[in-house]
Design a binder for this molecule. Structure first.
Ligand code: SF4
Length: 496
């Protein structure tokens, strides 16, 4: 049976880095790991193929050649999911949809034949059994969360590796915390489940043998959700990296309490982690309490960021405005915080009530929901999917003022320089080998041509690069990468 796995296109987003990809000649940041995992779970009689619309075009003949089509997507891909499903249906195909969007969404369910709600590991075998017997159901809802210890190696070979700037692997699912706006804990639960060390090393081996070198993203929503298991994994990765001459640098997401664990930070650094994304959300304690992000309260957030940076990891972070407790000064407070924390890549969004979250349920009870929205929190007034306490125009205007300020070239480059200063390079695995967006001389030439010659902000670029060379020459590659990414954020800021 020929199975076609389709990842529909994403809209331009902060994570997507679309404006920066032209510098390193890739077409997307990450491959769709969910589909690579689904492929590994298919029965032996299936032969799978991946079309990732982020890096290639979906052609009619791709659809016509398939016996069964699987489509995945997040809420932000909603429109594209519907388009792909309708297109495949129009060509007479049986279409299966799964992934985060259909797992939590309650409106506009795609017109697919079969819909998987929740993690598909336990329901896929039943589906194929039903299919063979000619009685497949429309909905397959996972009643329990699967153990990850039995998962096979994702089919990385299906992805056209050279079209991505980073590879993805997963160690854990779930997070022990309880943030009100978070859909992760609804989908994956609050008891983190992990793969074994053997599985993770096998995945590294798999990517290594396919020729991948460079950046790998641990997609875990909270990499330190299960610290006990992590403490056995990290030394094994340190050893693996040494035995393979440090081919990879890692990047992940973690909760801010990572700053409290010196030994874990040291292990991560030794393993080759050079970037971590934190959900900081807001410097306003009352808003953190409101959203039940209690792990970020009763601490000096700036100190916590600095501790992580001092262990050789660039800190990226997410920030949110629009909490009920936010006061009119929140926009300036966010700007000040981002400035002082030296977080170059700050993702600031307006609060969104994702379907089936605690926030969604509360706002529903309070009669303040306006619909599911698009899942993007950067669409201005049109993107607001609830009635905020603050005047909506003030909220959206304030959000825009943050973006305008923090991604103004000089402001951004100052943060980038401070971040380089605070983030010491590790051993030989976090230097030039750590390039994700800037691979080699050709990429550097493109950055110089676009940002140093064509771009209207070229003077700021040269001022920044001069300081990188004079003050942080060992971080030269990271400096060029910052310049490329800053261009993406700046372009996004003005395209809204
Ligand atoms: S720490 Fe992150 S993943 Fe965990 S509940 Fe909060 S927002 Fe969700």
């Amino acid at each position: 049976m020929r199975v076609l796995l389709i990842n529909p296109k994403f809209p331009v987003s902060y994570w997507g880095m679309q404006h920066a990809l032209k510098f390193d000649g890739t077409r997307a940041v990450f491959p769709p790991l969910g589909l690579l995992t689904v492929s590994s779970l298919l029965p032996d009689y299936c032969e799978s193929r991946l079309i990732d619309c982020e890096v290639e075009e979906l052609k009619d003949r791709d659809i016509d050649n398939a016996d069964l089509v699987f489509v995945t997507g997040m809420l932000v891909q909603k429109k594209a999911v519907h388009e792909v499903v309708n297109r495949c249906k129009a060509r007479g195909k049986t279409v299966v949809v799964g992934g985060p969007y259909v797992s939590t969404s309650m409106q506009d369910v795609p017109k697919a034949d079969h819909i998987f709600v929740g993690e598909a590991e336990t329901t896929l075998p039943q589906f194929f059994e039903d299919l063979m017997q000619g009685c497949p159901k429309r909905f397959y809802k996972a009643e329990k969360r699967p153990e990850l210890t039995t998962l096979p190696l994702p089919h990385f070979r299906l992805a056209k590796l050279s079209r991505y700037s980073t590879m993805s692997i997963q160690f854990s699912r779930g997070c022990p915390f309880d943030c009100e706006f978070c859909d992760i804990i609804e989908i994956y639960g609050r008891v983190p489940r992990t793969k074994t060390t053997t599985q993770v090393l096998a995945e590294l081996d798999g990517l290594f043998s396919l020729g991948w070198r460079g950046s790998i993203f641990f997609v875990d929503d909270n990499f330190i959700g299960n610290k006990k298991t992590l403490r056995t994994l990290l030394p094994a990765i340190v050893k693996w990296q040494k035995n393979h001459e440090h081919p990879f640098v890692f990047f992940t997401q973690a909760s801010l309490n990572l700053a409290d664990d010196e030994s874990l930070l040291e292990q991560m650094r030794e393993a080759g982690f050079n970037t971590v994304f934190l959900g900081i959300e807001t410097p306003a304690e009352e808003s953190l309490v409101e959203t039940q992000k209690l792990q970020n309260t009763r601490r000096n957030l700036l100190d916590s960021v600095r501790i992580i940076q001092s262990h050789g990891m660039e800190v990226m972070a997410g920030f949110i405005v629009g909490f009920d407790s936010d006061r009119p000064d929140i926009f300036q407070r966010q700007i000040e915080f981002i400035r002082q924390s030296a977080i170059p890549r700050a993702m600031v969004g307006v609060l969104t009530a994702l379907p089936d979250t605690k926030l969604w349920r509360r706002l529903d009870r309070e009669g303040r929901l306006l619909g599911e929205g698009s899942g993007s929190n950067n669409e201005g007034l049109a993107g607001l999917n609830f009635v905020p306490k603050m005047d909506p125009h003030t909220l959206i205007g304030g959000h825009k003022s943050i973006l305008r300020t923090i991604y103004a070239p000089r402001e951004y480059y100052e943060r980038a320089l401070e971040s380089l200063k605070r983030t010491p390079l590790g051993s030989d695995h976090s230097g030039y080998k750590g390039l994700a967006l800037v691979k080699g001389v050709a990429a550097l030439a493109r950055v110089i041509f676009y940002l140093g010659v064509l771009d209207a902000e070229r003077l700021e670029f040269w001022r920044f690069m001069k300081r990188v060379v004079l003050e942080h020459h060992r971080h030269f590659a990271q400096g060029v990468k910052f310049a490329a990414m800053g261009y993406h954020f700046r372009t996004m800021r003005f395209s809204k």
